[in-house]
Design a protein around this ligand. Structure first.
Ligand SMILES: Nc1ncnc2c1ncn2[C@@H]1O[C@H](COP(=O)(O)OP(=O)(O)O)[C@@H](O)[C@H]1O
Ligand SMILES: [Mg+2]
Length: 241
Protein backbone atom coordinates (compact mmCIF):
# COMPACT_ATOMS: atom_id res chain seq x y z
CA UNK A 1 0.00 0.00 0.00
CA UNK A 2 1.20 3.40 -0.94
CA UNK A 3 -0.05 5.89 1.61
CA UNK A 4 1.61 9.26 1.50
CA UNK A 5 0.45 11.00 4.63
CA UNK A 6 2.00 14.23 3.45
CA UNK A 7 -0.49 14.82 0.67
CA UNK A 8 -3.78 16.21 1.99
CA UNK A 9 -6.45 15.41 -0.57
CA UNK A 10 -9.43 16.83 1.23
CA UNK A 11 -9.20 19.57 3.84
CA UNK A 12 -11.73 21.57 5.76
CA UNK A 13 -10.91 24.56 7.92
CA UNK A 14 -13.33 25.67 10.63
CA UNK A 15 -16.45 24.80 8.72
CA UNK A 16 -19.75 25.87 10.23
CA UNK A 17 -22.77 24.63 8.29
CA UNK A 18 -26.39 23.65 8.57
CA UNK A 19 -29.80 24.18 7.04
CA UNK A 20 -30.84 27.76 6.51
CA UNK A 21 -29.99 29.68 9.65
CA UNK A 22 -29.83 26.52 11.75
CA UNK A 23 -26.22 25.67 12.41
CA UNK A 24 -25.39 21.98 12.89
CA UNK A 25 -21.61 21.79 12.36
CA UNK A 26 -19.34 23.95 14.50
CA UNK A 27 -15.75 24.65 13.49
CA UNK A 28 -15.01 21.31 11.90
CA UNK A 29 -11.39 21.12 10.76
CA UNK A 30 -10.12 17.92 9.19
CA UNK A 31 -7.61 16.73 6.66
CA UNK A 32 -7.66 13.45 4.78
CA UNK A 33 -4.63 12.17 2.91
CA UNK A 34 -4.32 10.32 -0.35
CA UNK A 35 -5.01 6.62 0.08
CA UNK A 36 -6.32 7.01 3.60
CA UNK A 37 -9.35 5.23 5.05
CA UNK A 38 -11.14 7.52 7.50
CA UNK A 39 -14.11 6.38 9.58
CA UNK A 40 -16.51 8.95 11.00
CA UNK A 41 -18.72 7.82 13.81
CA UNK A 42 -20.89 9.23 16.57
CA UNK A 43 -24.40 8.95 17.92
CA UNK A 44 -27.53 9.49 15.86
CA UNK A 45 -28.19 13.09 14.94
CA UNK A 46 -24.73 14.48 15.77
CA UNK A 47 -24.11 15.75 12.22
CA UNK A 48 -22.33 12.94 10.36
CA UNK A 49 -24.56 13.14 7.28
CA UNK A 50 -24.54 16.92 7.48
CA UNK A 51 -20.74 16.82 7.33
CA UNK A 52 -20.63 14.61 4.21
CA UNK A 53 -23.45 16.61 2.61
CA UNK A 54 -21.58 19.84 3.37
CA UNK A 55 -18.46 18.49 1.65
CA UNK A 56 -20.64 17.76 -1.39
CA UNK A 57 -22.30 21.20 -1.31
CA UNK A 58 -25.76 20.07 -0.25
CA UNK A 59 -26.14 22.19 2.90
CA UNK A 60 -25.64 25.85 3.74
CA UNK A 61 -22.04 26.69 4.57
CA UNK A 62 -21.97 29.52 7.10
CA UNK A 63 -18.22 29.85 7.52
CA UNK A 64 -14.93 28.13 6.81
CA UNK A 65 -13.35 26.61 3.75
CA UNK A 66 -13.10 23.27 1.94
CA UNK A 67 -10.29 22.27 -0.39
CA UNK A 68 -9.92 19.28 -2.67
CA UNK A 69 -6.50 18.59 -4.21
CA UNK A 70 -5.45 21.99 -2.89
CA UNK A 71 -8.19 23.79 -4.83
CA UNK A 72 -11.08 25.70 -3.28
CA UNK A 73 -14.15 23.49 -3.38
CA UNK A 74 -16.77 25.26 -1.28
CA UNK A 75 -17.62 27.85 -3.91
CA UNK A 76 -18.55 25.14 -6.45
CA UNK A 77 -22.03 23.64 -6.95
CA UNK A 78 -22.38 19.88 -6.25
CA UNK A 79 -22.02 18.71 -9.87
CA UNK A 80 -18.75 20.60 -10.24
CA UNK A 81 -17.50 19.07 -6.97
CA UNK A 82 -18.27 15.66 -8.52
CA UNK A 83 -16.31 16.60 -11.64
CA UNK A 84 -13.40 17.60 -9.38
CA UNK A 85 -13.21 14.05 -8.02
CA UNK A 86 -15.54 13.96 -5.01
CA UNK A 87 -18.20 11.25 -4.88
CA UNK A 88 -20.98 10.84 -2.29
CA UNK A 89 -23.01 7.71 -1.69
CA UNK A 90 -25.86 9.28 0.29
CA UNK A 91 -27.51 7.67 3.30
CA UNK A 92 -30.81 7.90 1.41
CA UNK A 93 -29.60 5.70 -1.51
CA UNK A 94 -30.88 8.10 -4.14
CA UNK A 95 -31.54 5.80 -7.07
CA UNK A 96 -34.29 6.30 -9.64
CA UNK A 97 -36.94 3.68 -8.92
CA UNK A 98 -38.63 4.14 -12.29
CA UNK A 99 -35.44 3.53 -14.29
CA UNK A 100 -33.65 0.23 -14.92
CA UNK A 101 -30.33 -0.59 -13.29
CA UNK A 102 -28.51 0.28 -16.51
CA UNK A 103 -30.45 3.52 -17.01
CA UNK A 104 -29.60 4.49 -13.44
CA UNK A 105 -25.91 3.91 -14.10
CA UNK A 106 -25.94 5.87 -17.34
CA UNK A 107 -28.06 8.79 -16.15
CA UNK A 108 -26.02 11.96 -16.25
CA UNK A 109 -23.08 10.15 -17.89
CA UNK A 110 -21.64 11.33 -21.19
CA UNK A 111 -20.28 7.91 -22.11
CA UNK A 112 -20.72 4.28 -21.21
CA UNK A 113 -17.04 3.56 -20.68
CA UNK A 114 -17.19 2.96 -16.95
CA UNK A 115 -20.18 0.65 -16.93
CA UNK A 116 -18.22 -2.58 -17.39
CA UNK A 117 -16.04 -1.57 -14.42
CA UNK A 118 -19.18 -1.10 -12.35
CA UNK A 119 -20.48 -4.50 -13.45
CA UNK A 120 -17.13 -6.13 -12.70
CA UNK A 121 -17.36 -4.76 -9.16
CA UNK A 122 -21.01 -5.79 -8.80
CA UNK A 123 -21.81 -8.79 -11.06
CA UNK A 124 -25.26 -8.89 -9.45
CA UNK A 125 -26.07 -5.55 -11.09
CA UNK A 126 -25.13 -6.91 -14.51
CA UNK A 127 -27.52 -9.81 -14.00
CA UNK A 128 -30.24 -7.34 -13.06
CA UNK A 129 -29.38 -4.60 -15.54
CA UNK A 130 -32.82 -4.64 -17.21
CA UNK A 131 -34.70 -4.70 -13.90
CA UNK A 132 -36.31 -1.54 -12.56
CA UNK A 133 -34.84 0.15 -9.51
CA UNK A 134 -38.04 -0.55 -7.57
CA UNK A 135 -37.63 -4.32 -8.13
CA UNK A 136 -34.26 -4.45 -6.39
CA UNK A 137 -33.61 -5.68 -2.86
CA UNK A 138 -32.19 -3.22 -0.31
CA UNK A 139 -28.73 -4.66 -0.84
CA UNK A 140 -28.99 -4.36 -4.62
CA UNK A 141 -30.22 -0.78 -4.31
CA UNK A 142 -27.16 0.03 -2.21
CA UNK A 143 -24.88 -1.65 -4.78
CA UNK A 144 -26.53 0.48 -7.45
CA UNK A 145 -26.16 3.64 -5.41
CA UNK A 146 -22.44 2.92 -4.91
CA UNK A 147 -21.95 1.95 -8.56
CA UNK A 148 -23.65 5.16 -9.71
CA UNK A 149 -21.26 7.24 -7.64
CA UNK A 150 -18.28 5.27 -8.97
CA UNK A 151 -19.37 5.97 -12.57
CA UNK A 152 -18.01 9.49 -12.04
CA UNK A 153 -14.59 7.99 -11.15
CA UNK A 154 -14.19 9.88 -7.87
CA UNK A 155 -10.85 9.67 -6.11
CA UNK A 156 -12.38 10.73 -2.79
CA UNK A 157 -15.41 8.59 -1.96
CA UNK A 158 -17.79 9.57 0.84
CA UNK A 159 -19.95 6.68 2.08
CA UNK A 160 -22.84 7.52 4.39
CA UNK A 161 -23.84 4.46 6.47
CA UNK A 162 -23.76 2.18 3.43
CA UNK A 163 -24.40 -0.96 5.50
CA UNK A 164 -27.45 0.32 7.33
CA UNK A 165 -30.26 -2.24 7.42
CA UNK A 166 -28.51 -4.78 5.19
CA UNK A 167 -28.07 -8.51 5.79
CA UNK A 168 -24.67 -9.59 7.18
CA UNK A 169 -23.75 -11.41 3.94
CA UNK A 170 -24.32 -8.20 1.93
CA UNK A 171 -22.39 -6.14 4.51
CA UNK A 172 -19.40 -8.50 4.14
CA UNK A 173 -19.57 -8.24 0.36
CA UNK A 174 -19.73 -4.43 0.45
CA UNK A 175 -16.87 -4.23 2.96
CA UNK A 176 -14.78 -6.29 0.52
CA UNK A 177 -15.66 -3.80 -2.23
CA UNK A 178 -14.58 -0.87 -0.01
CA UNK A 179 -11.28 -2.58 0.83
CA UNK A 180 -10.73 -3.26 -2.88
CA UNK A 181 -11.42 0.36 -3.77
CA UNK A 182 -8.81 1.45 -1.24
CA UNK A 183 -6.30 -1.31 -2.02
CA UNK A 184 -4.01 0.46 -4.50
CA UNK A 185 -3.80 3.65 -2.44
CA UNK A 186 -5.09 5.80 -5.30
CA UNK A 187 -8.46 6.53 -3.75
CA UNK A 188 -9.39 8.02 -0.40
CA UNK A 189 -12.39 6.59 1.42
CA UNK A 190 -14.43 8.32 4.09
CA UNK A 191 -16.88 5.95 5.75
CA UNK A 192 -19.61 7.14 8.09
CA UNK A 193 -20.46 4.07 10.13
CA UNK A 194 -22.32 3.44 13.37
CA UNK A 195 -21.27 -0.22 13.53
CA UNK A 196 -18.15 0.43 15.59
CA UNK A 197 -16.60 -2.97 14.93
CA UNK A 198 -16.76 -2.32 11.16
CA UNK A 199 -15.40 1.20 11.52
CA UNK A 200 -12.48 -0.13 13.61
CA UNK A 201 -11.80 -2.92 11.12
CA UNK A 202 -11.93 -0.65 8.09
CA UNK A 203 -10.16 2.56 8.98
CA UNK A 204 -6.65 3.91 9.47
CA UNK A 205 -7.98 6.94 11.28
CA UNK A 206 -11.16 7.73 13.19
CA UNK A 207 -13.10 10.83 13.82
CA UNK A 208 -15.89 11.02 16.38
CA UNK A 209 -18.51 13.74 16.17
CA UNK A 210 -20.75 14.92 18.96
CA UNK A 211 -23.19 17.77 18.75
CA UNK A 212 -21.71 19.02 15.48
CA UNK A 213 -18.13 19.09 16.74
CA UNK A 214 -15.13 16.81 16.45
CA UNK A 215 -14.59 15.30 19.91
CA UNK A 216 -11.92 12.77 18.90
CA UNK A 217 -9.61 12.52 15.93
CA UNK A 218 -6.74 10.06 15.81
CA UNK A 219 -5.30 6.78 14.58
CA UNK A 220 -7.68 3.82 14.73
CA UNK A 221 -5.03 1.86 16.66
CA UNK A 222 -5.37 4.37 19.48
CA UNK A 223 -9.07 3.59 19.71
CA UNK A 224 -8.50 -0.16 19.45
CA UNK A 225 -6.00 0.08 22.31
CA UNK A 226 -8.29 2.22 24.46
CA UNK A 227 -11.99 1.48 23.92
CA UNK A 228 -12.85 3.90 26.74
CA UNK A 229 -12.51 6.61 24.05
CA UNK A 230 -15.66 5.19 22.47
CA UNK A 231 -17.46 4.91 25.77
CA UNK A 232 -16.57 8.49 26.62
CA UNK A 233 -17.76 10.00 23.34
CA UNK A 234 -20.46 7.67 22.10
CA UNK A 235 -21.79 5.97 25.21
CA UNK A 236 -21.57 2.86 27.30
CA UNK A 237 -22.50 -0.43 25.71
CA UNK A 238 -21.28 0.62 22.29
CA UNK A 239 -18.75 -2.23 22.11
CA UNK A 240 -21.59 -4.78 22.05
CA UNK A 241 -23.02 -3.43 18.78
N1 LIG B 1 -32.68 18.78 5.85
C1 LIG B 1 -32.59 19.13 7.14
N2 LIG B 1 -33.16 20.28 7.58
C2 LIG B 1 -33.05 20.66 8.88
N3 LIG B 1 -32.40 19.96 9.83
C3 LIG B 1 -31.81 18.82 9.45
C4 LIG B 1 -31.87 18.33 8.10
N4 LIG B 1 -31.18 17.17 8.03
C5 LIG B 1 -30.73 16.93 9.29
N5 LIG B 1 -31.10 17.91 10.12
C6 LIG B 1 -30.76 18.01 11.56
O1 LIG B 1 -29.35 18.09 11.66
C7 LIG B 1 -28.89 17.37 12.81
C8 LIG B 1 -27.83 16.40 12.36
O2 LIG B 1 -28.42 15.41 11.49
P1 LIG B 1 -27.55 14.40 10.66
O3 LIG B 1 -26.43 15.10 10.04
O4 LIG B 1 -28.50 13.69 9.75
O5 LIG B 1 -27.02 13.42 11.81
P2 LIG B 1 -26.37 11.98 11.72
O6 LIG B 1 -26.09 11.69 10.30
O7 LIG B 1 -25.15 12.06 12.59
O8 LIG B 1 -27.39 11.03 12.30
C9 LIG B 1 -30.12 16.72 13.43
O9 LIG B 1 -30.53 17.51 14.50
C10 LIG B 1 -31.13 16.74 12.31
O10 LIG B 1 -32.45 16.82 12.83
MG1 LIG C 1 -26.77 10.21 9.00
Amino acid sequence: MNIDVNIPVLETTNICAGYGDTQILNNVTLSVSKGEKLAITGRNGVGKSTLLNTLMGLTDLHAGSIKLHGQTLHTLPPHKRALSGLGLVPQTRDIFHSLTVEENLLSGMKNRNNIEEAYALFPRLKERRKNGGAQLSGGEQQMLSIARTLMGRPDVILLDEPLEGLAPVICDMLMDVFFNLAADGARTLVLVEQHIELALEFSDRMLILDNGEIVFHGPTETVRADPSILEQHIGLGIMET
